[in-house]
Design a protein. Sequence first.
Length: 264
Amino acid sequence: MYHGEDSGHLMVHCNNKVMLIDFGVKGSKNYSFFLDEELFELHLTRENGRFSYELKHNEDIDSPHNRRRDQEKKTGRWRMIAAGVVLVFFAIVLLAAWSNSPVERQELVDALALGAGQQTEVSLFVKNQRWHATYRVDDQIKQVEVPSTHPIKIKQLDLRAGHRFAARYHNEQTDVLYIDWNAPAEETLAEFMRQAMVYHASVHPELSPQQIGCQVRLVYEIEGMSGLGTLMGQKRTDAPKHNLRDYLKLTRSSAFRQGNLNCL
């Protein structure tokens, strides 16, 4: 841009092309011109005998170029929104995959076993020849499949529909459930003890029913559900747990011997 100090002649050029020219400009004045379909505005302001210059790019005028730019901005915003939605979707998918992986689910179950989550009680039933558990989460009834290798089976006790156990579920992933097989409900425990009494009596016909009941209750007091499993496995020699060796260790312990004095 050239603006004569004495003459006031004004010329604006770009790449050796004259964009505008005016003569004798000695006061404030505004100009506009197009450059590659874009509108520019030149503001000349005179204050205290001195000129200041300001060149503005007008992006508000309704021109083909500005319409294309607005469309590109809108398209860009929609692309960003779409990209954000896709990222959120994949984040949810990855989170679900992470939380549902066997390793991660087991970590959550282990945390529940240590006391995390919410306390509940499950009731068992059979569906499609598989064990399932129902439990309450707030006002909803949830249902999950129970692993077939549960500790009750290992103890050789018969699990039956309607048996109930204490359990804990994850606060956010309520389908992640830990069943405390060592904490049966009162009626369920009574059924397991009855099973143990029947088997213990078949192995020891020399004992009276009173002695059988007393010893079964004593074993439960000493070792809980594990003690009932040991009674049920007292004839087994090839099992890694709840076998003859465990039974002899239990019945030879000072706790059993002392308590068994009341059973005689």
